[in-house]
Design a protein around this ligand. Sequence first.
Ligand code: PMP
Length: 392
Amino acid sequence: MDILALDREHVWHPYAAPGTLVHQVVGAKGVRLTLADGRELIDGMSSWWAAIHGYNHPRLNQALRSQLDSMAHVMFGGLTHEPAVRLAQRLAAMTGLEKVFLADSGSVSVEVAIKMAMQATGRSRLMTVRGGYHGDTFGAMAVCDPVNGMHHLFAGALPQHVFAGLPPAEHDEAYLDELDRLVTPDLAAVIVEPIVQGAGGMRFYHPGVLRRLRELTAARGVLLIADEIATGFGRTGELFGCDHAGIRPDIMCLGKALTGGYMTLAATLCTAEVASRIGVLMHGPTYMGNPLATAVANASLDLLEERPWREEVRQIGNVLREGLAGRDSRVMGAIGVIEMPEPVDVAKVQRIAMECGVWLRPFGRLIYTMPPYGISRQDLSAVVEAMVRASA
Ligand code: PMP
């Protein structure tokens, strides 16, 4: 069977027309992907922030296998089970947010966060900052960057929200004054990705922005939603992006690395106070709290607790900082970015990276990496080399 020919015939890939160039993967272990032609690639992407422990991890595999032997799934309406309850309790303890809604993907958890804010306040307008990305569903799209997001394609179908400018990398009093003007009491919530803006441009910003947003929202009765889907679980050097600013949001979204990259699962958490204002939350996906996904998420949290992730992330950051110096680059935690003057030719960058034995997926003007935490120094050097060569 010619999988690639059938793929071209029938399959849509993310943000692509059918027929776009793809590579067939037949296996993945540790930090390596194996292609159908036998080539091995060091994964510089952690499958979009998710596979923090690497692929085919014996502990994660075991957690899934043993859960499979008791049950793969049961509905969550009126029923409950240990893996979901344990996960909720652990996430609550990690974040200080007591009430947990388990959702099926990051975008859905953002929809749920918006619903929570609307139900808790009786208001519907949101404020956010430019350069953000929160997902591809309609509620989430409406708070993505209005220029580099998809607003132009779906204009007319998106609710109109309030946008502050790009959050600055350094302390900027004029920007904080802008926030002061825009955070008004008629808003339901402010939603931001804490510290690192991911798919909207891989930008890092000053923690003072988060601190000011926390003060302003608290003072004006507006909720603060932290979308930690990409930043959560250590990637930025702290457990959560909010920790860089020492703040606690009212509502938080988690996803991606929650299951260590094994399967889709997300969570929306809120304070007991917000939950008490909501009561019945009007959302309930079919696969809510899926036992396999929650079991593997518990195992991934076990691994995170056991591994020296802070040190690993710091070391990755050091290697990236040193290796990417001399380019227009930036590094935070275990995230390294080269910003090119012009939009990159994705296929060309990928070809050069693959010649170096590395998997990268650039977008816009950005060639970037967020490798699994356990990547060896040697493999990381190959990733750096690939980025540098692709940007030459
Ligand atoms: N929020 C952020 C910050 C994200 O990075 C993403 C995924 N790129 C999402 C939301 C959407 O998550 P999902 O793709 O799981 O729907």
